[in-house]
Design a protein around this ligand. Structure first.
Ligand SMILES: [Zn+2]
Ligand SMILES: [Zn+2]
Length: 327
C-alpha cells in the first residue's frame, strides 16, 4: 500500500508476516537529483514483493535512489543490500554500518545473553536461527556513508537533519525537516505500541545504560517544532510531544513494576520478564515464541540495568546467571 503524505513524499507499507509489528513504514522522497528511501523491510520474499511493487508503481529508478537506514534492526535494514545499486549511498550510523558491511555480524554477545539472562534455564538454546535479526538480515553491502549528529541530507525540497537518538538501538537516527516540521522517527517514537528498549551486551558485561540514553534522546526531540511524525511502524502521529510524555510515563511505570516483581527476591532478567505484562495475544509466558521471550527479557534487562546504574539494584553472577536484587 502506498500513501502520499506530501508532494513528493510517500509512505510505503511493507508487510511483516507473523510479526506483532504487522508492517513497516518505508518512506520515499522523490528528489530532482537523487531520491531517498528511508528504511526497507525484512530480507524476505513478502517484503521484497511489496517493495518491488512500490518501486514499479512510483516509477523509482534505483540507481538514482539513496537509502537511509534508521537503525540496524532487520525490519529496517533487511533490503538495503537487495535494493542498493553501485551508485546508491547507504546512510547509516556507525554500528549499523559495521554490521551491514561485515559478513559476520556484531551480535556475538547473544549466546552469553541467553545464558546469563536465564533464558537457557527456560528452554531456549543458544542457536539464534529463530531470531528475525538473523533470518532476515540484509545481504552484506560493499560500501556505506556513516552519518553523525547534524549531518544534512538533501532530497528534493526536503532538508533532513540527522539526530542521533540512541536508546532503541546503539546508533538510531531520526530525521528532522525544519521547514516542513516533519520528523521521521524510526523506532524512537511510535504510536499505539511502545518501542522496545533492550541491552546490547550480555547482562554481566553491560557498560551502557540504554534506557537512560533513550530518555535523553526523547528530550532531544521534545523541544522541536513538529507537526507530523512519521514512525517506522503503525500510524502517523500529530502530537509528538504528547506521545513523548506517554512513553516516559510508560517506562517509569515499568521501572516501578520491576521493583514490585523483585520485592525481596533475587531474580534473573528472564524471570522478571516472565512476570511483566506484555502486549501480546498469548496467555502464558510458557507459550511465547522464543523470539518474543528474547525481546521481553531484553526489555526487562534494560530496566533492571537502569536501576543498577541508579544504585537501586545490585547484580551478581552465580553459576553463569546474572541475578538482580534491591539494595
Ligand atoms: Zn527497531
Ligand atoms: Zn522496527
Amino acid at each position: 500500500m502506498i500513501e502520499q503524505i506530501r508532494n513528493n513524499l510517500y509512505r510505503i507499507e511493507i508487510p511483516l508476516p507473523q510479526n506483532p509489528l504487522k508492517a513497516l513504514n518505508s518512506y520515499f522522497i522523490r528528489g530532482s537529483n537523487r531520491n531517498l528511501l528511508i528504511d526497507t523491510g525484512f530480507n524476505r520474499e513478502e517484503c521484497r514483493i511489496a517493495m518491488d511493487r512500490a518501486i514499479q508503481e512510483l516509477d523509482i529508478a534505483l540507481e538514482e535512489t539513496d537509502i537511509l537506514v534508521t537503525h540496524i534492526h532487520a525490519d529496517h535494514s533487511g533490503l538495503a543490500g537487495y535494493l542498493a545499486r553501485p551508485e546508491t549511498r547507504i546512510y547509516t550510523g556507525g554500528y549499523t554500518h559495521k554490521s551491514l558491511t561485515q559478513t559476520n555480524n556484531l551480535s556475538n554477545y547473544h549466546a552469553d545473553f541467553i545464558k546469563q539472562s536465564g533464558l537457557m534455564e527456560m528452554g531456549l538454546t543458544q542457536d539464534l536461527s529463530f531470531h528475525p535479526g538473523y533470518r532476515y538480515r540484509s545481504a552484506p553491502v560493499s560500501h556505506g556513508t556513516v552519518v553523525r549528529e547534524g549531518t544534512l541530507i538533501q532530497a528534493g525540497d526536503f532538508t533532513l537533519q540527522c539526530l542521533m537518538t540512541t536508546g532503541h538501538a546503539p546508533d538510531h537516527i531520526c530525521l528532522y525537516d525544519q521547514k516542513h516540521k516533519i520528523l521521521f522517527s524510526g523506532d524512537h517514537i511510535l504510536g499505539g505500541i511502545t518501542p522496545n528498549n533492550t541491552v546490547w551486551d550480555s547482562p554481566w558485561n553491560i557498560r551502557i545504560d540504554y534506557l537512560d540514553e533513550y530518555f535523553k534522546s526523547l528530550e532531544k526531540i521534545q523541544d522541536l517544532d513538529i507537526e507530523l511524525t512519521l514512525p517506522g511502524h503503525r500510524r502517523i502521529l500529530t502530537d509528538c510531544q504528547g506521545r513523548i510524555e506517554e512513553l516516559k510515563v510508560h517506562h517509569h511505570n515499568r521501572l516501578n513494576n520491576v521493583l514490585d516483581i523483585l520485592g525481596n527476591k533475587s531474580m534473573t532478567g528472564a524471570q522478571v520478564a516472565s512476570k511483566m505484562k506484555w502486549d501480546l495475544n498469548i496467555k502464558s509466558w510458557e507459550e511465547y515464541p522464543p523470539a518474543q521471550k528474547l525481546f521481553a527479557s531484553g526489555e526487562a534487562l534494560s530496566h533492571l540495568t537502569h536501576l543498577v546504574f541508579k544504585g537501586v539494584l545490585a547484580k551478581e553472577l552465580r553459576d553463569g546467571l546474572v541475578y538482580y536484587h534491591i539494595v
